[in-house]
Unconditional design. Sequence first.
Lengths: 458, 458
Amino acid sequence: MIRYWASLFFVLSTYSAEPVDLILSGRQVVTMDAAQRIIADGAVAIKGERIVAVGPRADIDKVYKAKQRIDRPDALITPGLINTHTHAPMSLFRGIADDLRLQDWLEKYIFPAEARNVTPEFVRAGTQLAVLEMLLGGTTTYTDMYYFEEVIAEATAAAGMRAVLGQTIIAFPVPDAKTPQLALARAEAFLKQFAGHRLITPAVAPHALYTNSDESLQASRALANKYGAPLLIHVAETKREFDESKQKRGLTPVQALAKLGVFDGRTVAAHSIWLDDEDIAILARKQVGVAHCPSSNMKLSSGVAPLPKLLKLGVAIGLGPDGPAGSNNDFNLFEEMDLAAKLQKVITMDPEALPAKTAFTMATIGGARVLGLEKEIGSIEAGKRADVIAIRLDAPHAWPLFNVYSQLVYALKASDVSDVIVNGKLLVRDRKTLTLDKSKIQAEAERYLGRIRKSITY
Amino acid sequence: MIRYWASLFFVLSTYSAEPVDLILSGRQVVTMDAAQRIIADGAVAIKGERIVAVGPRADIDKVYKAKQRIDRPDALITPGLINTHTHAPMSLFRGIADDLRLQDWLEKYIFPAEARNVTPEFVRAGTQLAVLEMLLGGTTTYTDMYYFEEVIAEATAAAGMRAVLGQTIIAFPVPDAKTPQLALARAEAFLKQFAGHRLITPAVAPHALYTNSDESLQASRALANKYGAPLLIHVAETKREFDESKQKRGLTPVQALAKLGVFDGRTVAAHSIWLDDEDIAILARKQVGVAHCPSSNMKLSSGVAPLPKLLKLGVAIGLGPDGPAGSNNDFNLFEEMDLAAKLQKVITMDPEALPAKTAFTMATIGGARVLGLEKEIGSIEAGKRADVIAIRLDAPHAWPLFNVYSQLVYALKASDVSDVIVNGKLLVRDRKTLTLDKSKIQAEAERYLGRIRKSITY
């Protein structure tokens, strides 16, 4: 399909100006296509929800005439960044409890704070804050696991952002469901409500192996497969999870999940740190996508995922900032790229272990593969959805520009993102959000700050 | 002295308005004084080069009348950040050679590129680029080891920034000296030229144990002590350095340097990764300051410095981004704080190993202690030099604000810095640099990009 469109471009180029909706041009277009083409003085033509052509600006301008154009001669044009694991509404708990052991953090701080605060209104405000931050940082697709996921979906779609959203299934009572049976029923309603949505891919999100019964896990998989939906799950995040699974079942978490059939269908395995060689082979064979979360894995002392081994077997790897309430404190894929590369280098004592280009791949087309959306997003190619960003090179940390991938991963920042297009629609222009009310979101965050402070006793 | 001024403030508060040059106010003033006071709705009064008072804004306004005032009700006011190790002019080599083994990186890329490009003009342009980036990111003092250090000093002072600058002493011919003897003579001239300068602390910088003769190291120490100057040196950066020293001398690098008397005077030991328990005790006993460089140590696969052990023995620790040509790609102390904390947590598997407050201490008063400047800079206290910054809270990643140190270390970015004052002088106002010509610096960087590309054959 993509090749078809690409050749169509050359056919069309012999005819006169074809109307398109938007042309975005920049100093270099970093396509992340199979050939990893970088086009100097390049442009992207967009019609409706899709990219119709990418090439040198002069060639694009010969063939297409745009209703609107954004020329950024001092910017890189890249695919929108893809977040493969997060808990968006936790933005309202940013910094509430840092530098703590996981068990203390969860049981003394996060669970009580959630029990007292998480309502549909909270989830809406938290999602808007998260989406605002993500869009301003160049993220065009995110992947979520939380409660009241239908509210998250509404708020995300209203802002024009793309997301894969998983309704949580968990064994104990949570803000939106008293039992896993009720959670599964909510999940099914959610899958029906957002089936075929142009921006939202609804998913089923059993929290983890150790927080669900085997029956709930199998029911989650069956439900996901019934609707052709992905399943999102935390996998082998902590040594404790690994050890307990081995002790209880004689199997690693990955082996246990595989045996239960949880991987028989599109699966996104968040973290995937504690893996033995057999586990890695299973993930590869079952085509499970891994959402790598370096900030969270470092900050919570969870461990270091064996990325070189996973990459070697062809496992799709994307990046995730995880939740901003302890696991991390923001949704910043520029920082996750930088960390992913640097962490592997120091752990393996090999500076070639994870080069910049691999890290940028993880944030774009690699993330798309993790989500099973690689035919639709993750690269700038004719025929794909128009999820494209411009990253300014006007800050001193961007000069000089010897190597594009080095600059993207190690030097450029979320604050350098100037323009963001999702599904053909301009959502951020010159760092101004066009679909979200920034001051209203700030006021809501302040209001929740006061409320949450009052609700907690520590 | 500081207590004297603080009490004077309360005495003065009964009199009417005392004239000062500048009042800077903000939502919270994070003082980093001994009591780690955080003042809500606070202000700092500045007269000449020094802070005359810090306190609640209402109290400051009762006592002082300012010629100029900057009110930032939506910003944190903190001490300027302190960079304790870098190679500023290497900014022009940003991204030239990443993801390589140290030996290849140095011998195949950096040394040839330096031999062909490093002139006084290059050093001036590179320094201006580095200083521009550092100031915009809230760094008010930096520490440098490079060539033509007198040119670096001139460019830095012209921009109004504070720095501790070390003229390099090394065994082989380098761009500014054919022999270590010539380098020592250049260093002495440099120490004389900048003696007593209000912004520049000249220093002597023998590159490392393994790149100098014992005689050069001892001569460097003697020279530094003759002028009461600090000595800057790379220490125990790689396992190879550690192993070779043990093999050749029967001593670790720290023990060898101690035996040579190199630590008998103010010393800044960059990296300090490969340390045994005796080494740590030596650093503590000799009051050697450690410049911790997490980005560089990770990116070059050098290793992880044993910060908890160093902190336990009271060793002063600061942060350094190192050089931006392979070791890192920018001069960003917000990222170094974040990395310092996260790296220790994952390595020790203890999320309490290095809390946010400790990381922020390293970037401020800890760095000042490393440089021996803790009586002058590193905290906001009456009597100290006025090196103060404002950090805006107007980006979504800054909301809500539960914990100031968490926000500073894990969420806020260099791009949030709005105003920068060094030695009482406003250098950056609302993200506009007042002492540097940004477009000229960018044009120079582009010009050097072309030149450097032509000069290298790989």
